[in-house]
Design a binder for this molecule. Structure first.
Ligand code: UGA
Length: 438
């Protein structure tokens, strides 16, 4: 919304939320999320044509276009628990709009939702007693965290789905008109509602599938003496495969990939397609295995016991340049090491200590074996092993000779992101290994 406000000074954008503290943070000097470049965008537009407010009902009345951007977490209860999307926030927003709207509106699904959700939204909106006309569009978001501003400024594509009726086409044209202020027209795709809703889940499933594919091959590289980065480079040169998103890792994390694949598999099963569901489920299965495999390799290399040994975990966010830890592989790695009674000391440049502890142990829980360091040097001091779990740039340029000097020998380093020069580290004296480095 900040980007739309920045690019369209004549459009007033008001972001509303019931959460007073959250809105206060968006109105303050300290934004509630860390995202490179976002501060500048918000600063330029806020107070001009970008506003943050808790007046949900009032803004529904005033708006012509309403973007629904609420959480659709994985359902934790009842039918579909653990896989289906929990749509209660979507339903609640649709009911709130139906209750307060008194003029025609375009409702845009921005949240990632299962196919056919627009039907449910339409049915709820139709209950509006004032006979207000609504058009529901699907406009999934493809930005990635850490590069959100760049992705929004120059998107590969903008996808807009709507009903293929004159009113639907009209609504789509209105939304196309907003994005066309800064996005090349041939990059704005219009489809029917269901294609658009489904494309979002499929895009994430394909991206995640690439990572699981290369991660599965990383294990084969380790067994055979091949190097997974060399293999990725060799296959990526084939333009049909492409070079991007082939970086082997300790496993993908983030709030989207796993959730969206589980959601997709649930949909497949609901539509009587168990074979399709099984295919996509295996993408998550390989990811879980890769995360376990990394912690297992550490234990194995340290002579099958890490009990009371200090392990430095560098990075906790699910990727660099974000403070988001949702589904981060670091959580699994830390838990596995703690279950082996290791002393785990974590450092992340952006994630606060209380969050690292709460994510690993559960809210309010403590374990004296889990500590958080203020920098990488403190985390590594006296450690038997270092595990690089997030690819923060600063981990590439640490003074590893100094770190090595302060570690018991043999000193181990496990690079879960393949960002450091293993040969140089071995020269220093480290027992250094990466993912898929045979
Ligand atoms: C992902 C998609 O990339 C976006 O297009 C999508 O809009 C977004 O989900 C969403 O649905 O909201 P995001 O989860 O922010 O974006 O980050 P990614 O860059 O996709 O990374 C996801 C995970 O995969 C991270 O843990 C990352 O480290 C890992 N990854 C990524 C790899 O292990 N290897 C790679 O080659 C690429």
């Amino acid at each position: 919304m900040a980007m739309i406000a920045l690019k369209c000074p004549d459009i007033t954008v008001t972001v509303v939320d019931m959460n007073v503290a959250r809105i206060a943070a968006w109105n303050s000097g300290q934004l509630p999320i860390f995202e490179p470049g976002l501060d500048e965008v918000v600063q330029q537009a806020r107070g001009r044509n970008l506003f943050f407010s808790t007046d949900v009902a009032g803004q529904i009345k005033k708006s012509d276009i309403i973007f629904v951007a609420v959480n659709t977490p994985t359902k934790t209860y009842g039918v579909g628990a653990g896989r289906a999307a929990d749509l209660r926030y979507i339903e609640s927003v649709a009911r709130t709009i139906a209750e307060h709207a008194d003029s025609a509106k375009i409702i845009v699904e921005k949240s990632t939702i299962p196919v056919k959700t627009a039907d449910a939204i339409k049915t709820i909106l139709a209950s509006n007693s004032r006979g207000v006309k609504f058009q529901v569009l699907s406009n999934p978001e493809f930005l990635a965290e850490g590069t959100a501003v760049k992705d929004l400024t120059n998107p590969d594509r903008v996808l807009i789905g709507g009903e293929r009726t004159p009113e639907g086409e009209q609504a789509m044209a209105t939304l196309v008109g907003v994005y066309a202020r800064w996005v090349q027209r041939d990059r704005i795709i219009t489809t029917n509602l269901w294609s658009s809703e489904l494309s979002k889940l499929v895009a994430n499933a394909f991206l995640a599938q690439r990572i699981s594919s290369i991660n599965s091959i990383s294990a084969l590289c380790e067994a055979t003496g091949a190097d997974v980065d060399e293999v990725a480079n060799a296959i990526g040169k084939d333009s049909r495969i492409g070079a991007k998103f082939l970086k082997s890792s300790v496993g993908f994390g983030g709030s989207c990939f796993q959730k969206d694949i589980l959601n997709l598999t649930y949909l497949c099963e609901s539509f009587g397609l168990p074979e399709v569901a099984a295919y996509w489920t295996s993408v998550v299965g390989i990811n879980d295995w890769q995360k376990r495999r990394f912690a297992g390799q550490i234990v194995k290399a340290l002579f099958n016991t890490v009990a009371e040994k200090k392990i430095a975990v560098l990075g906790f966010a699910f990727k660099k340049d974000t403070n988001d830890t949702r589904e981060s592989a670091a959580i699994n790695v830390c838990r596995d090491l703690l279950s082996e009674h290791a002393k785990v000391c974590v450092y992340d440049p952006k994630v606060p200590a209380d969050e690292i502890i709460a994510d690993t142990l559960g809210k309010g829980a403590q374990n004296p074996r889990l500590t958080v360091a203020k920098d990488a040097y403190e985390a590594c001091a006296g450690a038997h092993a270092i595990a690089i779990v997030t690819e923060w740039d600063e981990f590439k340029t640490l003074d590893y000779a100094k770190i090595f000097a302060g570690m018991p020998k043999p000193a181990f380093l496990f690079d879960g992101r393949n960002i450091v020069d293993l040969a140089a580290l071995r020269q220093i004296g480290f027992q250094a290994t990466g993912i898929g480095k045979g």
